[in-house]
Design a protein around this ligand. Structure first.
Ligand SMILES: NC(=O)c1ccc[n+]([C@@H]2O[C@H](COP(=O)([O-])OP(=O)(O)OC[C@H]3O[C@@H](n4cnc5c(N)ncnc54)[C@H](OP(=O)(O)O)[C@@H]3O)[C@@H](O)[C@H]2O)c1
Length: 318
């Protein structure tokens, strides 16, 4: 691998994809490209990252990957952020969820380069775990309880069986600032800030636990893996729980937002997740042991407290 290294972000218009592109574009050592699914990528993103190439690709069919080969070339690293990432949407259209989230066309395209392997960094989820205990380890059995988790387990199986050089990141909730081109869905900290700022009581679950990760730690993880592959060229076969250091419920998340903003804790009404039908089964406790991640980064990711503070500093008080 000689010359400037090439990184392709598949699903670069999404929440993580945009943050990753924004960071990678600051480095002169990389040529960067991203894929989008919508017909035209957001103009704000193109304006903010003028040196980054974009390609329309449908991962369900693989249409568009040949254009990447023709005008960008084989990437040294592919980061796969493309997915139907909303569990309820996966539940409503299981076929589309499987076809999008299982990266068959991407792996087939990469196989076309023969033995000249690219590193594939694939985004999976904590929802591969059943959610019946605390601090899951990577070796624990994956027992997904919803279609989103099932499609992600299928993706992991495909990659581990059919591809030689990969890192699978089992991500918890990713939170942080809004993206260059705002994403359509509401972001967790911003949503909590908004509802609590209205001064009315709001329901939050006390019995679902996660290890949310600050988006900049996720970007740093991907960047560290990229640099490892580029500097030593040793193939990787890794699965890594990618979460923050704190196991928190939605009540605790809301309390952290309230603490930083000075909202009264009395607005936070503690309710059971079982009291609300969200149209999808949600695992109760999928907190993760992140020892492997800490070893990789050489330090702990941001505490939830610090990540919330950094996120809220980017949002004006309403
Ligand atoms: N965000 C989180 O809290 C979180 C937590 C755990 C795991 N993850 C995982 O991390 C990854 C990135 O998450 P995210 O929040 O950035 O997702 P996201 O905002 O929903 O973005 C999804 C991306 O996938 C693309 N896409 C959707 N259908 C496609 C198709 N048929 N062909 C090609 N591209 C397609 C979208 O393109 P368009 O925008 O052009 O439609 C978009 O770029 C996903 O795998 C997700 O499951 C995320």
């Amino acid at each position: 691998m000689e010359g400037r290294r090439r990184i392709l972000v598949v699903g670069g218009t999404g929440y993580l994809g945009q943050h990753l592109l924004q960071f990678l574009a600051t480095s002169r050592s990389f040529e960067i490209a991203f894929t989008h699914h919508r017909p035209i990528p957001p103009q704000e993103l193109l304006d903010a990252l003028p040196s980054v190439k974009s390609f329309q690709v449908d991962v369900q069919t693989g249409e568009g990957f040949n254009a990447v080969s023709a005008s960008f070339g084989q990437p040294d690293v592919v980061v796969n952020c493309a997915a139907i990432s909303v569990p309820r949407a996966c539940e409503m259209d299981a076929e589309a969820a499987m076809a999008t989230n299982e990266p068959s066309s991407l792996v087939k395209w990469l196989h076309g380069y023969g033995n000249r392997n690219s590193l594939l960094i694939h985004l999976s989820t904590d929802q591969v775990y059943e959610g019946v205990k605390s601090f899951y380890k990577e070796e624990d059995e994956t027992i997904p309880v919803n279609m989103y988790g099932k499609s992600k387990v299928a993706a992991e199986k495909l990659i581990t069986e059919k591809y030689e050089n990969y890192v699978i990141l089992r991500s918890s909730i990713i939170y942080g600032p809004q993206t260059i081109s705002p994403v359509a869905r509401s972001l967790p900290i911003q949503w909590m800030d908004n509802v609590l700022s209205q001064g009315k009581e709001v329901d939050f679950f006390y019995d679902e636990h996660r290890c949310p990760i600050y988006v900049k730690d996720m970007v740093h993880t991907i960047s560290s893996l990229t640099n490892m592959w580029i500097s030593d060229g040793k193939k990787m076969q890794l699965v890594i729980n990618t979460g923050g250091p704190d196991r928190v419920s939605r009540v605790q998340m809301a309390e952290s937002v309230a603490l930083h903003r000075g909202y009264s804790f009395s607005l936070i009404k503690s309710v059971s997740a079982s009291s609300i039908n969200r149209g999808v089964v949600s695992p109760a406790d999928i907190s993760m042991d992140i020892t492997r991640l800490v070893e990789l980064l050489g330090k702990k990711p941001s505490s939830f407290h610090d990540g919330v503070k950094a996120t809220l500093e980017t949002i004006p008080i309403s």
